[in-house]
Design a protein around this ligand. Structure first.
Ligand code: CA
Length: 234
């Protein structure tokens, strides 16, 4: 059974979320402060598939919790719960390692769909077995079985979303990919978020894989369209 950590200080929202996650077959651990969330996760880092993090909290905020959980685990799925007025939260939370965000007020079907999608991605890490498939490009090797990306033999720490984008690129080398295709491929056909989420993730991947993130060789921007993977040869 998939296990979800729910951090929300407003009792009514938390209870509503927890009840519905349980109804959908998830096991839930609920907390109302950031400190308690970090505590619960630290005690059992392997025990969670996904965390739902509210941003505005009495003690440390959801961004800080996200940052700390991400330090402990690249594998954990993280979804931020952001209030409508906090437009900037979306971009900021993705920058610090969240996989997705959901804006309050949200419907239960929307919430469950996001949680299902994130958990499915996390599950792929464990489930994929069989053919030892590797893709190569320039200094990069990607192992589709272990979902590990190596640069010159050193593993690159990527979140699940970042990994998926890398896999998509390496399967489509030297092909211009438009933002919407990337969005649909990674987040699903029914995703109705903004294409900006793609740019934010690309920026993060570049920080991790490019020698000079401001002058990328591998992930090339195609202005007004999207991105293209290049093996890096001049
Ligand atoms: Ca709150």
């Amino acid at each position: 059974m998939k296990r979800i950590l729910v951090l929300e200080d407003e009792d009514s929202i938390r209870e509503f979320v927890v009840l519905n996650l349980k109804r959908s077959g998830y096991e839930v651990v609920e907390v109302s402060t950031g400190e308690a969330a970090i505590d619960a996760f630290s005690k059992d880092p392997e025990g969670f598939d996904c965390a739902l993090l509210d941003i505005m909290l009495p003690g440390i905020d959801g961004f800080e919790v996200c940052r700390r959980l991400r330090q402990k685990s690249e594998k954990l799925g993280i979804i931020m719960l952001s209030a409508k007025s906090q437009e900037m939260d979306k971009v900021s939370s993705l920058m610090i390692g969240a996989d997705d965000y959901i804006t309050k007020p949200f419907s239960i079907s929307e919430l469950i769909a996001r949680v299902d999608a994130v958990c499915r991605r996390v599950g792929l890490t464990e489930l994929r077995s069989g053919d030892e498939n590797e893709l190569h490009s320039g200094p990069f090797t990607i192992n589709l079985k272990s979902r590990v990306v190596m640069k010159n033999g050193t593993p690159v720490n990527l979140t699940q979303v970042e990994y998926q984008i890398m896999e998509y690129f390496l399967k489509n080398q030297n092909t211009a990919l438009d933002r919407l295709s990337i969005l649909r491929h990674i987040w699903g056909e029914s995703y109705y978020g903004e294409e900006k989420i793609v740019d934010v993730n690309i920026r993060r991947i570049r920080m991790k894989i490019e020698d000079e993130p401001s002058n990328p060789r591998y992930i090339i921007t195609i202005w007004g369209y999207g991105y293209k993977w290049s093996a890096g040869s001049e």
